[in-house]
Write a protein that binds this ligand. Structure first.
Ligand SMILES: [Zn+2]
Length: 317
């Protein structure tokens, strides 16, 4: 029986086109596109191309119920796959820009995540991401919102549901180092630290995430394969990588599904603690179980699958 954790999932990335159309119809009383027209948009030339659609779609989430419903639908999709633990990202800054406060979004998600614990036995918790293109000052303000939220003792019930901070969105033009101060504050507050690095950006971003931010896991990190010294460092310090094969293929980080799987195997060969994850499953053609199925369909043996699943449980916070 499969038993694994998902460590790289953006909850907003579970917004299926069918659900987006439902939201459009409910809110606007009309559907602007057919499902086929919408699905056609889910083909991307690169990370930025995807982010444009991603942030546009998120504008449809604008009530507490929407966030709860989004999360509920995700849990209904993955229950029974073998998923026992999830540490999911969310993007409070985009929701804030759309008029939804940290408190509204976090409480709605946290309630659904708590229910997943109670109802499905999935140990589900949240990691809040800073969007790197919004800069370190904006990140600092977002962290202030978190501190203010938890200063209210009534919110203590949610404290075990927020476990860390991450860094996402456009990687290549926005290196990690300017976020060192805000990461230090998050660490002092007792939050775990992760960051996206080495997906579209160079291995330098991975070095910087480790040395400047002090992260405990690297999200993606496949471009570490270009840097032998970095591979040694990741191996020596047992730094987990949350690799997302279907995402890498969809965003043209690699040129085929075969080479997406090859990256996972090459990293394992280098002694790296690799995990397999889904990233934004509604956009990239598959959930966590589909990513494992991709590996199987490319001939990866059950012993290796088992190792990857064990890695995911070990790398969980
Ligand atoms: Zn991601």
């Amino acid at each position: 029986m499969d038993n694994f954790a998902e460590l790289h999932l953006h909850i907003e990335g579970t917004l299926e086109p069918e659900y987006l159309m439902e939201l459009q119809a409910r809110k606007n009383g009309t559907q602007l596109e057919t499902i086929d027209e919408l699905r056609k948009k889910y083909s991307f030339s690169d990370l930025q191309d995807f982010l444009n659609l991603y942030y546009e779609s998120m504008q449809m989430l604008n009530a507490s119920d929407d966030y709860s419903e989004l999360a509920d639908r995700y849990f209904q999709r993955v229950v029974g796959t073998g998923l026992t633990q999830v540490e999911a990202f969310f993007d409070p800054q985009t929701h804030g820009a759309n008029g939804n406060s940290f408190e509204t979004v976090f409480k709605a998600l946290a309630n659904s995540f708590q229910q997943a614990n109670d109802k499905y036995g999935i140990n589900a918790r949240l990691i809040m991401c800073f969007e790197r293109d919004r800069g370190p000052e904006a990140a600092k303000k977002t962290l202030d919102d978190v501190f203010a939220f938890f200063e209210n003792k009534e919110n203590d019930v949610f404290s075990n549901l927020l476990i860390g901070v991450g860094l996402d969105s456009a990687e290549a033009p926005f290196p990690p180092a300017p976020f060192a101060g805000v990461y230090e504050r998050a660490r002092n507050y007792g939050l775990h630290l992760v960051a996206h690095a080495g997906e579209e950006g160079s291995p330098e971003n991975i070095w910087s995430a480790l040395d400047d931010l002090g992260v405990e896991r690297i999200d993606h990190g496949v471009r570490a394969l270009e840097d032998e010294a970095l591979l040694k460092r990741l191996e020596k310090d047992r730094v987990p990588l949350t690799v997302c094969p279907l995402s890498n293929y969809a965003l043209k980080v690699v040129d085929s599904k075969k080479s997406a799987v090859r990256k996972v195997l090459d990293l394992l060969d280098k002694g790296i603690m690799v995990t397999v994850n889904s990233d934004d499953p509604a956009y990239f053609g598959g959930y966590i179980d589909d990513n494992y199925e991709l590996l199987r369909s490319e001939g990866v043996g059950e012993d290796v699958i088992e190792l990857l699943m064990q890695n995911s449980l070990k790398a969980a916070f």
